[in-house]
Design a binder for this molecule. Sequence first.
Ligand code: GLU
Length: 485
Amino acid sequence: MGDEIRTRFAPSPTGYMHIGNLRTALWTYLIAKKDPNGKFILRIEDTDQARQVEGATEIIYETLKQCGLKHDEGPDIGGPVGPYVQSDRMRVGIYLKYARDLVHRGGAHYCFCKEEDVEAQRQIANARGVAFKFNDPCRLIPWEEAEKRIEAGESFTVRQTIPATGTTSFNDEVFGTITVENSTLDDNILLKSDGFPTYNFANVIDDHMMGITDVVRGMEYLSSAPKYNLLYEAYGWEIPRYVHCPPVMKDEHHKLSKRNGDASFADLVAKGYLPEAILNYIAMLGWAPETDKEIYTLEEMVEAFNVKRISTSGAIFDIVKLTSINGIWLRNMDLDTYYELVKPWIEKAVTGGYDKKKIAEILQQRVNTLAEIPEMIDFFDTMPDYDLELYKNKKMKTDEAISLKALKAVRETLAGVTEWTQPVLHDTLMELPAKMEMKNGQILFPLRLAITGKQFTPGGGIEIADILGKDETLRRIDAAIARLS
Ligand code: GLU
């Protein structure tokens, strides 16, 4: 490892990928890729075995792949500093070895207290509303003596030895310098009695061993960062740069979370949002680009991203904004790529032999999410049961009588059309307003309503009539005339 930037995304495989996590992954990727030689590493943090969810690691791989956040090293592709899964690292004895070394350096000690007893004390204090700080009496046992007890089979944990006095400072790229009194920090467990490290320990060991230069993670770890610095100092290791990310919020007071039924990445994709648009939107949750440019590809984000413009306050996830960005992404796509994407959604609603590509084309200017599509075009297969009241339209200056008059004229004109194409339909129908002394809308709105049964449609009457074909268009107009007469 030279002097390149190395960042890591370190998710715990506990289920779906939530939006806050994905945003952290994205920023972590951007920070690495700003350096042409930068490496983005994937590490799986599975030391909390009780929280593991079957299949969760696959979701992580799948999400990163769908988003184009390609990692340079990780469990599935290997790399120079593996293993990349913490339980595998534990099995090869990494954490035990480093814990012992730390004890010998005075940064930690063996503890023979029962974890449950300490937890019980903490809960009693919590219930009383008083601060609890665990000063482990086992600190006083010399490590040589402790190791003899361990050899004799006694169960133990390793706890961090926090200095009783003084302060510890650390520097964060977003939050600045933060200083805490050591007297407020607990002698937390680093290695549990089952041999698993806690997050508090494993993150430091792994970040160091993996040569991580920039640690990017959620702000919930901010308050623990001083403890991690004490560990780095005890080992004499270089402290990485820290980038703690503000939370993604549902509203002013609540974090976005699956527990509250908030959408995960997979939910959003299922609802018809494009991974590119989701990334584009979430990049800006808590980060402000320097210009007001709003649409970014991943490469453009790498270029534009700047840690200095990350905000310290939480950003509210706004589905309306995401929807509008998604719509822009859809409209910017070339027709063929876009068509491949929307075809399955069109086929959900339209089974008749209509030209699906033409349907896709008229949708492109109006659709914001793919999931809206079936409902927007269901009239192709079946005319809905619509209310004749809809012919009364102030803006179009129509009512039932005007519509009937218009539809009769449209019917007669269209019956004479032999070449059923959009330009011919257009030219033929556009002769009518002048001839009938009516406004364009008074002709075209009743036509559109008569052949779709909907007040709002993707595409105008001419475009839709073109797709429906002559026979079906005339049949629908006849039915409307019959109902209006
Ligand atoms: N496994 C931790 C999490 O998923 C990662 C925190 C970190 O990136 O250091 O929250």
